[in-house]
Every structure is written in structure tokens, then in C-alpha cells.
Ligand binder design. Structure first.
Ligand SMILES: [Zn+2]
Length: 428
């Protein structure tokens, strides 16, 4: 009778792999999205098909398929719609293994406990980030782990180091508290772990949770992107060399070396496809992190005016949706700034337009379906930080203003275009 713990262990003991930045293999506008994914401290439990994490990850809409479960330390915690499936799966596995009702309940409780631990781990990152004035937009639980979406990542290595290390530190503190508690009650933890478990007792649950926490901390401290340890390594290298981009390239190299080790160990020694998948993710994450930093270095001294689009169309609030649709069909532009006597009053995205057409028809006014209060960026902003703001906004297009005057729009596509042209010209 080993099903119950196994059910939990399969889903949880192999702790989290963060998978930020894995969008980077895409082309066009997807390329730049990954920069924002860099701000995601995400944690994935790989034994449940980590591949499914790729699309659920795509920012910024991953909260759309999630329920708001509550608020913790001022941050909304979301539960992805697929999350309950994990519990069905754990129960099913335990049941198929012949476990009793009580044991199944215990396995479910332990699974829930593991996810609470993941939430606390994310809160650790978020609390330290907050100390440095960086807000966390939300924490989302997926069946494969958790993610904390940070508004941005600090460029100061010391801050990045402390934010990254805070997650694993939370795990170690929880483990220490459980250990101290079990010592108080005189529980032999090793015996609990090695004993073939017939039923989950408080002592065996404590032993499991200590093992899970230590495992999570250890796994996340592996010095490879996208694990917390990769950030720790980059931060330490950057503190020594004072060169963030070079430190990232070096850390990415270490990450790829670890990916190779994962693959070899996973396939040859453990015969575990999970490990091989983890290796693939680690490889991709290492590469994309290096690319993202190189890209932001390439934009560092570029004025925003060179990167933005200046040849674009605007609409007025009293234009009809029919006119908007004609413009959208006639040209390449997908999102239209809405200007009223020269002042920007909103944006009409492709999605807004389609929704407006479905709900109100072609005669409706642009002003009725546009979105107001859209984030804008000033022409004086540096290109690299403007692109960061574009990412953070979650939109595809950001109006560029000089004072109140609309002078351009910034899109991820165009920035990617700019960078490829520049690379082709061998300029910088
Ligand atoms: Zn973490």
C-alpha cells in the first residue's frame, strides 16, 4: 500500500522550476513579451507535464483563466481553472492504488499544504521586492506550481539577490519550524520518512513537509535560470564584475551546463522523461535570459524617437466602428490611438473593435467602445525603460507623448524590427 504518499510525491516533491522567459523562442512581437516574463518569479512542479506551463504562462492574461482565491499581504492570489484537476488526479491515483477514503483525504490535504507552501515561497519574493519599492501584481497557482508577477526586476544586483533568495529562505524557515516542533514532540523524522506509510499521521505529514520544503529550497537554489539560484548567481557575478549583461551571459552558460547535466542524469541514470523536460526548460530559460538582457543593453542608449512608429493613423471618438474597421483592414495597424482635437483620450485595440462590432454593430461610435486611461510614455523616456513600461502595461501598443501631444506609438513588433535592422547593419 504505497499509493497515498506517492500520489502527493509525484505532484509535489520534485519542487519548483521557474520558467520565466520561455516565450523568447518566438518571433515578432512575442520576442519582446519575454522581457516581461523576466519579471515573473514562477515556480513549477515539473513532474506534472511542465510543458503545459508554457501557454498558461503567456502574459498578461494568465489571470483571465483563473479565479481570485483571496488576498495575501495585499496581493491578489489567483487559482488557475485547471488547478482543481490536480486534486481530482491525486484522488484518482490514490483510489486506483486501493487507498482508503481517509488516506485519499490525507493525500489531498498534503497536496493542498504543498501549494500553500508554494504561495508562502512566492510571498517571500514579493515581500522583499516590496521593500525595494517593487510591487507584485499577483500570485497565481497553477497545477504545476506558482508564479509571482513582479512589476519589474531590480537592476541592482544586491536587490535581485535578496529577492531571489527570499523564496527558498521561506522554505527553510518552514522546515526549521516543523523540525523544531517535531523535536518538541519527540518525533523520529527519519523513521517516519523511511517507514512504509500505511496512513498519514501528523508525524509522517510533518516529516513529508520538511522533506518537501528542503527539496524545494535545494532545487530552487540550483544556479541555473530560471530557478532562483540562477538569479542569485547572476547577482553575485554582477556585484563582482559590475557588468550586468556579462554576468547574465556567464550565468546563462552555467545554466546551460546544468541543463546538460540534467539531461544526462535524467535520461541515463534515472530514465526519467521529466528530468529531460526540465533540462529543456533550463536550457531555453538560460538562453532567453541572456537574449533579453542583451536586447535591453542594445536599447540602452537609443532615444525613444528612433524606436517608435511615427507613421500611424488615429481615430476620433465620434468616428464610427465602420470607419475603424476600414482603417484596420486597409493597413497593418491593429491598435488605434483615439484623439479628440489633438488630445489623446483613449485607445481602440483590435480586440475592442471586434467586440464593439459584435455587440453594437458598425454604426456605434469609437468613443463608446474604446478604452480610457491607457498608459502612455513620454518622448524623453529612454528606449529600454519605455519598452519595459510597454511590457508592464500588458498592452501591445503604447502612445508616446510630447507634453500632451501624441507624437508616436511604441509596439513590441517595431522594437524587434528596429533591433534586427540594427543588427543587420552591424550597428552596436
Ligand atoms: Zn522562488
Amino acid at each position: 500500500m504505497r499509493p497515498k504518499i506517492d500520489a502527493v510525491r509525484d505532484s509535489a516533491v520534485m519542487p519548483e522550476v521557474a520558467m520565466s522567459g520561455n516565450d523568447d523562442i518566438g518571433v515578432g512581437n512575442r520576442r519582446l513579451r519575454s522581457r516581461a516574463d523576466r519579471h515573473t518569479l514562477s515556480h513549477v512542479i515539473p513532474s506534472l507535464r511542465p510543458l503545459s506551463g508554457v501557454d498558461v504562462h503567456s502574459r498578461p492574461r494568465h489571470t483571465r483563466w483563473a479565479w481570485r482565491a483571496g488576498r495575501l499581504i495585499g496581493i491578489d492570489v489567483y487559482v488557475h481553472v485547471t488547478f482543481p484537476l490536480l486534486f481530482v488526479w491525486v484522488a484518482f491515483r490514490a483510489r486506483a492504488g486501493g487507498a482508503s477514503g481517509r488516506t485519499i483525504l490525507a493525500a489531498l490535504a498534503l497536496t493542498l499544504a504543498v501549494f500553500l507552501i508554494v504561495v508562502l515561497h512566492e510571498c517571500g519574493h514579493a515581500l522583499v521586492a516590496r521593500r525595494f519599492g517593487i510591487r507584485t501584481r499577483d500570485i497565481t497557482l497553477l497545477p504545476i506550481g506558482g508564479t509571482a508577477r513582479l512589476e519589474r526586476m531590480p537592476r541592482q544586483p544586491r536587490q535581485e539577490l535578496l529577492i531571489a533568495i527570499a523564496g527558498p529562505a521561506v522554505n527553510l524557515v518552514i522546515a526549521a519550524i516543523l523540525y523544531a516542533g517535531s523535536q518538541l514532540f519527540g518525533v523520529g523524522l527519519l523513521r517516519e520518512l523511511s517507514r512504509p506509510a500505511i496512513a498519514i499521521t501528523p508525524a509522517s505529514a510533518a516529516a513529508q513537509l520538511i522533506a518537501i520544503n528542503v527539496g524545494m529550497a535545494a532545487f530552487n537554489l540550483i544556479p541555473a535560470f530560471p530557478m532562483d539560484g540562477g538569479r542569485v548567481l547572476r547577482a553575485i557575478l554582477a556585484m563582482r564584475s559590475r557588468d550586468y549583461a556579462r554576468a547574465t551571459v556567464a550565468a546563462a552558460r552555467v545554466g546551460r551546463a546544468f541543463a546538460v547535466v540534467f539531461a544526462v542524469v535524467g535520461i541515463l541514470l534515472l530514465e526519467s522523461p521529466t528530468f529531460a523536460l526540465v533540462a529543456v526548460f533550463v536550457w531555453i530559460a538560460a538562453t532567453s535570459e541572456a537574449l533579453a538582457v542583451r536586447r535591453s543593453a542594445a536599447l540602452e542608449h537609443v532615444p525613444l524617437a528612433r524606436v517608435m512608429i511615427t507613421d500611424f493613423r488615429t481615430l476620433a471618438p465620434n468616428d464610427s466602428l465602420a470607419r475603424a474597421a476600414t482603417l484596420a483592414i486597409d493597413g497593418f495597424q491593429e491598435d488605434f490611438p483615439i484623439a479628440d482635437r489633438g488630445t489623446l483620450v483613449g485607445m481602440l485595440t483590435r480586440r475592442d473593435l471586434l467586440r464593439g462590432l459584435v455587440e453594437h454593430g458598425t454604426d456605434a461610435f469609437v468613443g463608446d467602445v474604446m478604452r480610457r486611461g491607457v498608459p502612455t510614455v513620454s518622448i524623453d523616456t529612454r528606449a529600454d525603460s519605455a519598452v519595459e513600461q510597454l511590457d508592464a502595461s500588458g498592452g501591445a501598443t503604447m502612445p508616446v507623448l510630447r507634453g500632451q501631444e501624441l507624437v508616436g506609438v511604441l509596439t513590441a513588433d517595431n522594437v524587434a524590427e528596429f533591433l534586427s535592422v540594427r543588427a543587420a547593419l552591424g550597428d552596436g
